[in-house]
Ligand binder design. Structure first.
Ligand SMILES: Cc1cc2nc3c(=O)[nH]c(=O)nc-3n(C[C@H](O)[C@H](O)[C@H](O)COP(=O)(O)OP(=O)(O)OC[C@H]3O[C@@H](n4cnc5c(N)ncnc54)[C@H](O)[C@@H]3O)c2cc1C
Length: 331
């Protein structure tokens, strides 16, 4: 068992979030002989923790689960424990700039602490919205845990050829996801709006265009309220509607977008967000200011929280870019 980290007076980096991006940022800082504090709520809050099998990661030809990969990354960070402290489970509640330092306030071991650093790396990720049945998110968990229901088209689309797919969602993102799934040559795609009107919040122009595209590509829409799921033993996704009808699919796909984009801390630092709510950065992952679009000195954003592709290789690459930039520019 590794010992508890000791909080230093001052760090080169304070990294908020220790998922795939934050852990990689911490590892890189250590390898560059810099100090870092990683403040992380815990792996159960990482998006990938519930991903049973990920197939796109070099070095794992038969795939690897999200929690196993987080374990391996954590071990790598621990190898740098002389310079890198991993504070977890610890929740960051505030970040402020004071002169040439950032102060990150966090709760850890039932006490409030402050980590000071010359650069701050925001790596809090985003949290998926989970389909609710009767006001609860738990009913779909068994299907999600067995990868019968997916959340990430770029991650799991390759599993869909020849399969019947139910897409859950009612807005433009859901309609576009249903259309995008056709790229993977499924046997069929249906859109389940779960009691909501399809594209109810969209502009007339967007609604007309997407409704026409769905019809043209043969994607039927079912607006009934979902009452439950069945078929787990047969490895199927059977949707039971409140009116008693049932529809059976090989796979489900949740296209509900994000529940939490962790905007509070970046907003307090003056970061700019794009139209979808992601932090806007430049190529070096420097966060840009909401006021004038210029890089905020010393503020970086990496992984899913920044505007880019929400994938682990991207989380790693953005973490490397940010740390190397800060190393060469500030440290
Ligand atoms: C079901 C599923 C399957 C996926 N499959 C794949 C795949 O096959 N291949 C692939 O490349 N990608 C996959 N992804 C995407 C991948 O999970 C994300 O791209 C990746 O997790 C992003 O890493 P991150 O570090 O940015 O965020 P996360 O891994 O989500 O980590 C964010 C971290 O921030 C911490 N945090 C949040 N708020 C605070 C706070 N206030 N204080 C302290 N810590 C905080 C959390 O505890 C968490 O550990 C999948 C995602 C899902 C949901």
């Amino acid at each position: 068992m590794p010992g508890l980290p000791r909080l230093r007076d001052d760090y080169d980096f304070v990294i908020v979030g220790g998922g795939h991006a934050g852990l990689q940022a911490g590892l890189k800082a250590g390898l560059l002989d810099k100090t870092a504090a990683i403040v992380d709520r815990g792996p159960k809050y990482s998006r990938s923790y519930y991903a049973p099998k990920m197939d796109n990661l070099p070095g794992f030809p038969t795939g690897i689960s999200g929690h196993k990969l987080l374990d391996l990354q954590t071990q790598a960070v621990r190898s740098q424990e002389e310079r890198v402290g991993l504070f977890s489970p610890a929740r960051a509640s505030a970040v402020v700039r004071r002169d040439d330092r950032f102060e990150v306030t966090f709760d850890w071991l039932k006490q409030t602490h402050v980590a000071r650093g010359r650069a701050v790396v925001l790596a809090m990720g985003v949290v998926d919205r989970i389909p609710e049945v009767g006001g609860k998110i738990e009913p779909i968990f068994p299907w999600a845990n067995q990868a019968i229901v997916d959340f990430c088209l770029l991650c799991d689309g390759h599993e869909l050829p020849g399969r019947s797919v139910a897409v859950i969602g009612d807005d433009a993102f859901a309609a576009r996801s249903a259309l995008d799934i056709l790229e993977f040559r499924p046997a069929s795609v249906e859109l389940l709006t779960h009691g909501r009107r399809l594209l109810g919040g969209a502009s007339t122009e967007e609604r007309t265009a997407l409704t026409a595209a769905l019809a043209e590509r043969g994607i039927p829409v079912f607006e009934g309220t979902i009452g439950g799921f069945d078929g787990i033993r047969e490895h199927r996704f059977i949707v039971e509607f409140a009116d008693g009808s049932r529809r059976s699919y090989d796979r489900g796909f949740s296209a509900l977008g994000w529940y939490d984009m962790h905007q509070e801390l970046p907003r307090s630092l003056g970061c700019r967000f794009d139209a979808d709510g992601f932090v806007v950065t430049d190529e070096d992952c420097r966060a840009l200011a909401a006021s004038d679009g210029q890089p905020l000195p010393g503020v970086y954003c990496v992984g899913d929280q920044r505007n880019g592709w929400n994938q682990i290789p991207e989380a790693w690459a953005t973490a490397e870019r940010a740390v190397i930039h800060a190393w060469s520019a500030y440290l």
